[in-house]
Design a protein around this ligand. Structure first.
Ligand SMILES: [Zn+2]
Length: 150
């Protein structure tokens, strides 16, 4: 699991899940998924250098279907295909600052979402929708609005 996927990211980081550990759910990716995670780690190297080379802390990368369900992820979550990462980069700034910067400067992405003021979700799925969104909890439900709230 300490396999290095790229210069700065390991398989362990890309598959870590606090919820999975707490609930004892296996989040080991199937073999072919590791190839996808190498591509995603490459994308994250690009994100890291865009953000000035500051360390990135991954909160959630790959999620097995069981883990995705346990965290209340969307049923078509790009985390399940290994194409999305939730992270923070405190050396660059707040999640809102990181998300706004990436939405402007990443050439190709599917979604950049500032989630709950706590982290940034970046999705590299094939849709390439270039969607920038802000997610907030409203009465227990996640509501998405267009753009990155300042
Ligand atoms: Zn996410």
């Amino acid at each position: 699991m300490n396999q290095r996927l790229s210069a700065h990211f390991t398989l362990a980081e890309m598959t870590a899940s606090a919820t999975a550990s707490r609930k004892g759910i296996d989040n080991t990716p199937p073999g072919p998924m590791v190839d996808q995670l190498i591509l995603t780690a490459d994308r994250m190297e690009h994100v890291r250098s865009l953000l000035g080379g500051h360390p990135i802390r991954i909160l959630s990368g790959y999620r097995s279907p069981a883990v995705n369900k346990a965290v209340g992820g969307s049923t078509n979550s790009a985390h399940m295909t290994g194409q999305a990462v939730d992270f923070v980069c405190p050396g660059f700034g707040s999640p809102a600052k990181v998300a706004a910067f990436l939405a402007r400067n990443l050439k190709v992405y599917d979604q950049v979402i500032e989630e709950f003021g706590d982290w940034v979700h970046v999705g590299f799925g094939p849709g390439r929708r270039m969607q920038a969104l802000t997610a907030r909890k409203v009465k227990g439900r996640t509501v998405y609005t267009a753009g990155i709230a300042p």
